[in-house]
Design a protein around this ligand. Sequence first.
Ligand SMILES: Cc1cc2nc3c(=O)[nH]c(=O)nc-3n(C[C@H](O)[C@H](O)[C@H](O)COP(=O)(O)OP(=O)(O)OC[C@H]3O[C@@H](n4cnc5c(N)ncnc54)[C@H](O)[C@@H]3O)c2cc1C
Length: 476
Amino acid sequence: MGLKTVEQYKESLRDGRVVYYKGERVEDVTTHRELSVCVDTMALDYEMSESPQYRDLAVVYDEGLDQEISRYYHLPKDGNDLLRQFDLIVASTRLGDGFIPLAHDIGADALNAISITANMMGNKEYIERIENYRTYLKQNDLAVVSAVTDVKGDRLLRPSDPRQAHSDYYVHVVDQNSKGIIVRGAKVHISGAAYSNELFVIPCRAMTEADKGYAVAFAIPTNTPGLKQVCRPFHSRITPLEFPNSRPIRVHSDSLVIFNDVFVPWERVFLCGEWKFAATMVYHFALMHRRTACAYRIPMTEQLLGVAQAIAEYNGVAKAPHVQEKITDILIYLQTLRSMSYSACLDYVTYGGIPVPNPVTTNIAKYHFADQYHSIVKIIQDLAGGLLVTAPTYKDYQLPELHEDISKYLGAHAGMPTEQRLRMFDLIRRLTGADRETIALHGEGSLQAQRMTIYAEARKVLAECKKMVEEQAGIE
Ligand SMILES: Cc1cc2nc3c(=O)[nH]c(=O)nc-3n(C[C@H](O)[C@H](O)[C@H](O)COP(=O)(O)OP(=O)(O)OC[C@H]3O[C@@H](n4cnc5c(N)ncnc54)[C@H](O)[C@@H]3O)c2cc1C
């Protein structure tokens, strides 16, 4: 089969999948008025592998298969491979105007995490299954996303705790036979699931022996019987109140994915009851995934830098010392994210025989992004001024009796057309809405999740530093 074209990708989604959006069953996600916008965003990955400009970055030649494959499914061999994948995510997110395409990127994080876990377990059956599945993904260039976050119920109770209102808050095995397993439960916030071909399912937390049935990982097609998805609403169009813009909208939807007794064949099962390795899998997924997150946050931050500089110039304040200081803060924020992410790839560690970005640096980079994000947005909201929320709409601007007054009174920097300023306010509102703030905080795990990894990974350094100062203090 080989690399898919955009049309082949779209055709592959017309497969009877069960998807709901705004209270209605969606017959075909590729032609649906709103979800088709998400499909086009995911299709950017397929466009890149067809494009002479991006082909070298997006595609690698696989010697074993003697065919070109998506770089995402290539098993990284060293820091340079990690860096090239990083650069690919940055480039694809730039193409997506700040939206990562999702066709292969986050799925590849789960793929590699499962490989690492199988290798660490030394389980030959699992190693063979996941490598066969990797080959299948390579050969068919399938879009695959990662379903990790369970609905969880009471957060402080374990999956198997009898005090949970029911036993299905975490995806778990309810039956098995010679052909495979039957699973039940629900995963939530699963980005791109409604328009991907396949779904990786892995546990979202460490498990105890009592949670054995919840220690399950597998991959299935998104049209598997028993699978139902409910997509979250999103803005797929410029509203009539905003200035028209012919540039395509890029956006994603995230699904509540419900598994009502879904059958998974054994060859697609990568963890089933080995509860001690649930933590290994989710840990390595989080690590790879936070590297991915740092990459796609770079173009998002470039957008923030761009709008800050643009609106400062339009308002005529770009040369004011405090404004330059604030823009410098964004530059430092961006360059810190970029440098730490690059350093994490080059200063990689090897887990289960597979190179992974440095865990501490990756978590600090992602933490830095999420923790400071609101301060950066605050700078933009500050530089934009109150018109960001009170500016008249495009419809007002169009009215003959208002047009001249709005043009006259809402001008700012000499020579700058008012329309340009109003258009920039529209963009800033789209970029800095609450959606993005929540994604910045919660995507790839809450702030606390990164702090926990940073602290856990630092145990050795802490012990060494403590020993060093004890020696310096003359303590035996
Ligand atoms: C837009 C978006 C896209 C996403 N895409 C994906 C995706 O593609 N795949 C995927 O698997 N997930 C995805 N996620 C999920 C994301 O990783 C989770 O939102 C994140 O891990 C937080 O989980 P939660 O939403 O259940 O919040 P909660 O876990 O309920 O967190 C809320 C608060 O409770 C705290 N908390 C939770 N549990 C405990 C505890 N046991 N003890 C103490 N404090 C606790 C947290 O620290 C946080 O402060 C996405 C999220 C968003 C917002």
